[in-house]
Design a protein around this ligand. Structure first.
Ligand code: T5A
Length: 208
């Protein structure tokens, strides 16, 4: 199989969207088959769930929040991601299980191991082949994000919530160095891209 399932992770405003724009462009220029998706979203169900999850008007209980993210993901995986991988595509996905482990497992206090097990169950044991974790001080990330849009329900949480997320991501990265590559997201966008592209090229060299 030539396919590769790549996820992009990080706290708010870490620069995932900016990096994915460049990686997608680069792969298209190399004439490689690529599909770019995001979570939550990507399907009729996912887009509805996304608008519920990011709506500031209502509080959502942590377990209900977890269930919604996983429902969106399961639909997305089976409808879009797995078929694309079967066709040999490189799937670039903005957030996946590591977000759920960090946000719901650690920051919402549901337990990282329990949440990882729920992710595994709901998504039929499908984990990414490669993950870029863009690491940044949450204060800088939140400031960057606030310059381009209004805060959503999750971004409005206190700074301690976002610091817990960062710690959790770093813990996951230490536990799975084969899959998760940590990238210093405080560097200028060009350097972030050059680092990620080199790692991706290396991995593509092995599968293609
Ligand atoms: N969530 C999601 C959960 O709680 N559990 C889950 O399981 C999942 C899947 C989704 C929210 O849902 C939560 C996490 C989130 O709170 P979203 O609207 O999809 O929310 O938003 P985010 O994924 O958080 O994306 P953001 O837009 O906040 O951040 P990005 O994409 O990381 O950042 P980006 O690229 O848009 O950059 C932000 C700004 O910074 C600049 C950009 O130009 C832009 O202005 N920038 C840089 N500036 C300086 N140096 C760099 N290296 C820069 N890179 C980008």
């Amino acid at each position: 199989m030539n396919s590769l399932f790549v996820t992009f992770e990080g706290g708010e405003g870490a620069g995932k969207t900016s990096l994915m724009d460049q990686i997608e462009k680069d792969l298209i220029a190399k004439r490689l088959p690529v599909l770019r998706v995001r979570e939550p979203g990507g399907t009729w169900l996912g887009e509805k769930v996304r608008s519920i999850l990011l709506d500031q008007a209502h509080a959502i209980a942590p377990l209900a929040e977890l269930a919604l993210f996983l429902a969106s993901r399961a639909q997305h995986l089976f409808d879009i991601i797995l078929p694309a991988l079967k066709e040999g595509k490189i799937v670039l996905c903005d957030r996946y299980h590591d977000s759920t482990i960090a946000y719901q497992g650690a920051a919402r206090g549901l337990g990282e191991e329990k949440v990882a097990a729920a992710c595994d169950l709901f998504c039929d044991h499908r984990w990414p082949d490669l993950t870029f974790y863009l690491d940044i001080d949450p204060k800088i990330g939140l400031e960057r994000a606030s310059k381009v849009r209004e805060k959503d329900r999750i971004e409005q949480e206190a700074i301690a919530f976002h610091e817990t997320i960062r710690k959790s991501y770093l813990k996951c990265a230490r536990a799975d160095t084969k899959r998760i590559c940590v990238i210093d997201a405080s560097l200028p966008p060009e350097q972030v891209f050059t680092h990620a592209r080199a790692l991706l090229d290396q991995r593509l060299h092995h599968v293609r």
